[in-house]
Write a protein that binds this ligand. Structure first.
Ligand code: DGL
Length: 266
């Protein structure tokens, strides 16, 4: 059995990155760690999040993963630099894809939605200084979407009303893109689409993250060759270190992945 690639998120948002990786790296085995005991991260003190990320890494490393994808913008913002100092293993982090969004148009405004920690973090501030030369980017924290996503509530009137109220201060006609700067936000594209002008495009970092993962593994010759994970590649799921094995819970994860498949094209 070839070594798996570890994916880590505070919760179930990271499945959107795993979904992309499963499509693009069909030979690989995966281990997905959702820190269900501590989700949400985005509204907690960064020191607590650092501790949780450290524990998640300890667990993933005990499972002998060959790389870790931090499929969480919030954990990346708070802890990825420390983790890279501590461990040699390839660590691929995520940050809101503001650069990609600005490159799409370059004239109209861009709205970056993320968690409160990511919005307030130094990492995003530095990114803005580098890429938002024309001051076209606005930031918006949407913490309640994480809670809605964790309960599997994506299209209810409560979700729509929350988003409507949060988007109300912006003249959306001035925008070319909405950056999904939290992996949990990918579940809401259909609800968001109803509220946005048709010209506003969704931008996320999933594809870029998986491309970077592939590049880093190729660099150290650690990509699986064809047939190496035969007869079937393995994907295992853990909630804060406990393996998910109950059939109904595995079905819930399958359903979430199916929803993300539907959202992918929007
Ligand atoms: N999914 C996470 C992100 O990408 C954070 C959600 C949370 O726990 O607040 O930022």
């Amino acid at each position: 059995m070839s070594q798996p690639i570890g994916f880590f998120d505070s919760g179930l948002g990271g499945l959107s990155v795993l979904h992309e990786a499963m499509l693009r790296l069909p030979q690989e085995n995966f281990l997905f760690f959702a820190d269900e005991d501590h989700v949400p991260y985005g509204t907690k003190p960064p020191a607590n999040v650092k501790k949780y990320v450290g524990e998640a890494f300890d667990f993933l490393l005990s499972q002998e993963v060959k790389a870790i994808v931090v499929a969480c913008n919030t954990a990346t913002s708070v802890a990825v630099a420390d983790m890279r100092r501590r461990y040699e293993i390839p660590i691929i982090g995520m940050e809101p894809a503001a650069k990609k969004a600005l490159e799409l148009n370059g004239q109209k405004r861009v709205l970056v939605a993320a968690t409160p920690i990511t919005v307030a973090g130094e990492k995003l501030q530095h990114l803005m200084e580098r890429v938002d030369i024309e001051h076209l980017v606005d930031l918006l924290a949407l913490p309640r979407l994480v809670k809605f996503a964790e309960r599997g509530e994506f299209t209810s009137p409560q979700v729509a009303n929350y988003l409507k109220a949060e988007l109300a201060p912006f003249n959306l006609e001035e925008y070319s893109a909405l950056v999904l700067g939290c992996t949990h936000f990918n579940y809401f594209k259909d609800t968001l689409k109803e509220l946005l002008p048709t010209e506003v495009k969704f931008v996320d970092g999933n594809e870029g993250t998986v491309r970077e993962l592939k590049r880093r593994l190729a660099e150290i010759d650690a990509l699986c060759k064809e047939g190496e994970s035969a007869p079937q590649r393995q994907v295992r799921y853990f909630y804060s270190g406990r393996e998910v094995s109950a059939a109904d819970e595995l079905r819930r994860l399958e359903d979430l992945l199916a929803r993300l498949g539907e959202m992918r094209g929007l």
